[in-house]
Design a protein around this ligand. Sequence first.
Ligand code: F6R
Length: 364
Amino acid sequence: GKGNFRHFMEKELHEHPAVLGDTLQQYLDPATRAVALPPLPFDPATVPRLTMSACGSAFLAAQVGRYWIEQLARIPVDADVASELRYREPPLAEGGGAILVSQSGETADTMAALRLLQQGGQKVLSVVNVPESSMARESDGALLTVAGPEIGVASTKAFTAQLALLACLAIGFGRARGTLDEATARLLASTLTEVPGHAALILEKDAEIRAMAAEVAKARDVLFLGRGALMPIAMEGALKLKELSYIHAEGYPAGEMKHGPIALIDTAVPVIALCPSGPLFEKTASNLQEAAARGGRIMAFTDAVGAKALRGFAERVIELPTVHPFAAPILHAIPVQVLAYHVAVLKGTDVDQPRNLAKSVTVE
Ligand code: F6R
């Protein structure tokens, strides 16, 4: 049941800390801060190339995973939405590997990608939440997210669990490949062990996020911006807002705004930035100033240092815990989901069962 919560989605949002902790515990030893992966269908030390594929939010998790794996393990990674993979007719590497991501393990497009990849000689690892699913069975290997059953149609806790698992994979691959030294691997692993606690603190920002939602609920169009591994999280924010509240939203790489979407901006358009301080902050902040100069209503999720820099021109700034940039995508996913939830409640839409959507999409 929903317990004391109004919707399954609200209950599932509150499960973020527990689910993150449970998933990390499977792959990361908190005592030694070492990532321990079970045997995989491909050898991360030698695999020449990886193909990642998934649909919807799971694809956005895969895109973050791609950034991490390329950065930490220096393995070239392709990432395609499953419904497009075959049309690109990608030349698959001899001895290549693949990673599919799915909550249900039943999504028809992702299953079709699985078959295409196996026919192309790729060894397929799936990251799934349902152990007895078709994808878990038919893949060459499966790793489980430990999110528990997800009832709300919009993916929430399963998404952050996917990110946590992919973060462990990236560290493990980096160690296997020798591109990541032990001290850095330990630092990144301990950064991950702090994520569940930070997630709990973010859920305590509920009232602030609800106040932002009251403004967002009045908009017709909303733009979400992020850079680097936060870019797919901006797209997750837009996807959640669209599907739950039926407000038109777009997620964009922050640097792309000036190449087109800036034409949308006027005094009615909230521009929601995901921009923790760090090496990518300055450029995103200047993109936001450009939007503000055109009357855009700047709202941001950032940390204490970022907040200081943005407060001069941003209408609303929500301060998240200060974390290593590696963990920032996992933590920023939570408030954008909470935001979409509150906007939907304010608009009176069916939060757990948005119109036209099904929990598991079994047609291509
Ligand atoms: C978005 C959402 C969908 C799913 C997508 C893939 O909130 O829930 O975009 O992420 O349909 O589903 P799975 O992960 O079951 O393959």
